[in-house]
Design a protein around this ligand. Structure first.
Ligand code: C2E
Ligand code: CA
Ligand code: CA
Length: 337
């Protein structure tokens, strides 16, 4: 099946996933059960990466039931407005100035409390619900900008994470522009974070067109988790990225690990030469921050500076941060954000 065939002037490729289940009437099995089990195995084959054959095992049934339950709960949660982003500050580590916030989705689950992103994003993606969740975050992020303006922030900027589902949507730029317009804010108030893997792995023209359209409309594009992919440099050249975010795995322990220092230093130098800004993610300790500064990376985000927090707590955090700036240990702390 996988052999490409010619149709008119096109080469067409096909694929198949296969689910198998044993049917043993002697053991009391029914055809219906065997077909359901084969379906479950087929589902497992697709989830394991497509183009595979899987034979039914009873543990697959549990996984499928769990998936169905999660999907139902996420759908119900969207309807009941249980999803809402928290906001993590991003700062200029030299001056202490606040340069923006990243919107990170959270689930206020009625029984489980606050559920972190990694516990439900994969399930949401598999269930095809990512674009709905991203739409919620986008809407809330626009609202957050209006709040920040009302608190006196002159040029607030909120970064939103864009999923594969969104960047594959040919109308995404118009949808975001509509949202921005509805809140009376400007594209300048939003930054769009894309994973390096999204841009590298799928060469589809929809993605390339969308990125160009977003940039034309005035949204800054940022490359998330930088340093974890393969052809990072090619991506930088191809898309007019305004900032890269150095992945936490390169930042963690950087104060002690000379290899990490060399890699990160090289990334910063490359970005600086290309005129791309650099932000270090997941900065947890003062020692890490000092090393990051030493390597010439100006911007930072991480628990050292502020954890992701609900919008309601943000105003207080901003006020406290501004007060602490007047006394704080930033190398050039004269500029107030
Ligand atoms: P990310 O975009 O790399 O976001 C940074 C993650 O690192 C966040 O986890 C944040 O809470 C965490 N973090 C920040 N500072 C520190 C630190 O100093 N130390 C440590 N250990 N962790 C830190 P979170 O919120 O659980 O999000 C995980 C991932 O889920 C995100 O990684 C992002 O890829 C995805 N995600 C989160 N919200 C959204 C969303 O609204 N839409 C989409 N498409 N993806 C999202
Ligand atoms: Ca991100
Ligand atoms: Ca990241």
């Amino acid at each position: 099946m996988s052999k490409p065939i010619q149709f008119e002037d096109r080469i067409c490729s096909f694929g198949a996933s296969v689910g198998l289940a044993y049917f043993d009437p002697a053991a009391g099995g029914s055809i219906e059960t065997a077909l359901t089990n084969a379906d479950i195995a087929l589902n497992a084959a697709k989830q394991d990466g497509r183009g595979l054959c899987r034979i039914f095992e009873s543990k697959m049934r549990e996984a499928t039931l769990h998936h169905i339950l999660m999907t139902q709960q996420i759908k119900a949660g969207i309807t009941a407005h249980q999803f809402e982003p928290h906001y993590q500050p991003q700062i200029n580590a030299m001056t202490g100035e606040i340069i923006g916030f990243e919107a990170l989705i959270r689930w206020h689950h009625p029984d489980r409390g606050l559920v972190p992103a990694f516990e439900f994003l994969l399930a949401a993606e598999r269930a095809g619900l990512m674009d709905q969740l991203d739409a919620v975050v986008l809407d809330r992020a626009c609202f957050a900008v209006t709040q920040m303006i009302s608190w006196g922030l002159l040029q607030p900027r909120v970064s939103v994470n864009m999923s594969m589902a969104q960047i594959l949507d040919p109308d995404i730029t118009d949808k975001i522009l509509q949202n921005v317009g509805a809140y009376g804010i400007s594209p300048d108030n939003l930054r769009v974070e894309l994973l390096e893997s999204t841009l590298i792995e799928d060469e589809s023209t929809v993605i390339i067109d969308n990125v160009h359209r977003l940039i034309q409309a005035g949204f800054a594009i940022e490359l998330d988790d930088f340093g974890t992919g393969h052809s990072a440099i090619a991506t930088l050249r191809k898309f007019a990225v305004s900032r890269i975010k150095i992945d936490r795995s390169l930042v963690q322990n950087i104060s002690k690990d000379t290899e990490l220092q060399v890699i990160t230093g090289a990334i910063v130098e490359l970005a600086n030469r290309l005129g791309v800004r650099v932000l270090a993610e997941g900065v947890e300790t003062q020692a890490e921050q000092e090393m990051i500064n030493h390597l010439g990376c100006q911007y930072a985000q991480g628990y050292l500076h502020g954890r992701p927090m609900p919008l309601d707590d943000l105003k207080n955090w901003i006020n406290q941060h501004r007060t602490s700036l007047k006394t704080a240990a930033y190398p050039q702390s004269s500029v107030l954000g």
